[in-house]
Design a protein around this ligand. Structure first.
Ligand code: GLU
Length: 516
């Protein structure tokens, strides 16, 4: 990890969610980049809750967002729950700081009270639009004298506070702004493009652009890494920094995330909240890996990395300014790679609640655990999410002879000449010598059937598979048959039909069908 250069301020980044729902994919990616950047530089990662929109913000959402960040493994050094030297870390609890900075702006002559009512402002905005003028504030209140202001306040009028946007030449600070965005390069705004904007509404609520500046300054944020949609706010924010005589942080605006149709990622594209992906059986490490790749790529081009490697390799220089496309198939592939690397014991811990919900795990006994671990190991290769273990294991728990007979592939195997009597041979063999309990016993069993029936290859194995498992496909029989046998009657598990009972039921079904 590289320490920041000595003449640079220490690296401090923040993720500043507005708690109005779950953490979504875009927010998570922003949080990840902030976290990676801070960790790479041995800096500090902060979570600040931007809950000034009281109508939409909820504590419940804050809890969900923090839970989702925790699930992703993004530990924050300072935040609303663990505090820190620059707290509180919820904007709703920082009003006294905002008030004092508003007073500072007023005292410095960079802001003024505006008594215009919303109705009047709206009418003027419409008028300006109709005339093809920019809908900027017409400065009615900018020229009020202290005496006029006093008189209005005494008469009980309420006022918003507006920032005086300096226009080049006409004021102490010119209003043109150029930033060197660490992702997008140089970005410039002209003072003329901006009207005098509100920093505190007439109801006393400070505005987003104002709070962000006060907080980023107070929390000594060195790098503001955030979504591209906030780029236009940066003009206002830099003007506030200048007016207050504060050093501006470095900015890095991360590009949009698009759906595969290249429109902005939204609910239309499926699950967008991190929690929904977790429910679908995605692993936090895989999610972190995939989201890191949305707009960033390591120099070595290796796409699968653990978090330590990502921390080591991360730099803003390698963040792409072009939009990233969210590709669920790629995410599933990445997730599959992580699933395949886990041990059966690790997967058991992760899948256990799902098996309990499915009703298959009734008691978490050591026997049940051992059985599930074997079942997991047998199915692991074909799964790419934790949820995939449910359909993968379902054939072990769910057996109905009618379903077997109704299955097209199983049916075509069963309808081949002589299959019914071969199934009868299988049943007899199982009854005579018992069901194989391990790989060697299974191989001996197959050898016996081979010489008894004279069958080999597919005509030997396919009827064995259908008769003893109830499916035309599945994991290798040498492991599956002993597993089904071990599972039947095992404590802690939902009832599992043994290979013999499956074969017997199927034989009955075939005879009944044949006799119709
Ligand atoms: N609260 C803002 C949001 O959730 C972020 C503001 C910022 O990062 O400056 O979009």
């Amino acid at each position: 990890m590289t320490k920041s250069m000595s003449n640079e301020p220490p690296v401090r980044t923040r993720f500043a969610p507005s708690p109005t729902g779950h953490l979504h994919v875009g927010g998570a990616r922003t949080a990840i980049f902030n976290w990676l950047f801070a960790r790479h530089h041995g800096g500090t990662f902060i979570v600040r809750v931007e809950d000034t929109d009281q109508a939409r913000s909820t504590r419940e959402s804050e809890r969900m967002v923090l839970d989702d960040l925790r699930w992703l493994g993004l530990h924050w050094d300072e935040g609303p729950d663990n505090g820190g030297p620059h707290g509180p870390y919820r904007q709703s609890e920082r009003s006294s700081l905002y008030s004092s900075v508003v007073d500072q702006l007023l005292a410095l002559g960079h802001a003024y009270p505006c008594f215009c009512s919303e109705d009047v402002l709206e009418a003027k905005r419409r008028e300006a639009e109709a005339d093809g003028r920019p809908p900027h504030y017409d400065l009615t209140c900018r020229g009020l004298t202290p005496a006029e202001i006093d008189a209005r306040v005494r008469s009980g009028a309420t006022s918003a506070i507006r920032f005086h946007v300096p226009k080049a030449g006409g004021s102490a600070v010119a209003g043109d702004v150029t930033i060197a965005d660490l992702i997008r390069g140089e970005v410039t705004w002209k003072a003329d493009s901006l009207g005098d904007f509100i920093v505190r509404r007439s109801d006393g609520m400070p505005t987003y652009n104002f709070c962000v500046v006060v907080d980023d300054h107070d929390m000594q944020i060195s790098h503001v890494i955030r979504a591209e949609e906030h780029l236009t706010n940066t003009h206002r924010q830099v003007l506030l920094y200048r007016a207050l005589g504060w050093e501006t942080p470095k900015f890095a605006h991360v590009s949009l995330i698009l759906g595969q149709d290249r429109s902005k990622l939204s609910k239309r594209h499926g699950a967008t909240s991190v929690a929904a992906w977790a429910v679908d059986g995605y692993l936090a490490d895989a999610m972190l890996n995939y989201l890191t790749l949305l707009g960033w790529s390591p120099a070595d081009g290796i796409e699968l990395f653990d978090r330590e490697s990502a921390v080591r390799a991360f730099s803003l220089e390698r963040v792409n300014s072009a939009p990233a496309v969210f590709d669920p198939q790629k995410l599933a592939w990445v997730n599959g790679q992580y699933i395949h690397k886990l041990t059966a014991a690790e997967l058991w811990e992760l899948t256990k609640p799902r098996f309990a919900t499915a009703g298959w795990l009734r008691e978490d006994s050591p026997e049940a655990r051992a059985w599930f671990e074997s079942a997991i190991a047998l199915s692991q290769k074909g799964t790419s999410t934790l949820a995939d273990f449910i359909p993968a294991l379902a054939p072990m728990f769910e057996f109905a002879v009618d379903d077997v007979l109704a299955d097209q592939e199983a049916d075509s195997i069963l309808r081949e000449e002589g299959t019914e009597s071969f199934v009868a041979q299988i049943v007899d063999e199982l009854k005579a010598n018992g069901t194989p309990r391990d790989g060697d016993e299974y191989k001996a069993f197959v050898e016996r059937l081979k010489s008894l029936s004279g069958r080999k290859g597919k005509p030997l194995f396919m009827p064995i598979r259908v008769a003893m498992t109830g499916r035309a496909h599945g994991p290798e029989l040498v492991a599956l048959v002993p597993l089904l046998e071990a599972g039947s009657g095992l404590r802690g598990l939902a009832p599992i039909a043994s290979p013999l009972s499956r074969a017997e039921a199927l034989l009955d079904g075939l005879r009944a069908r044949g006799g119709r």
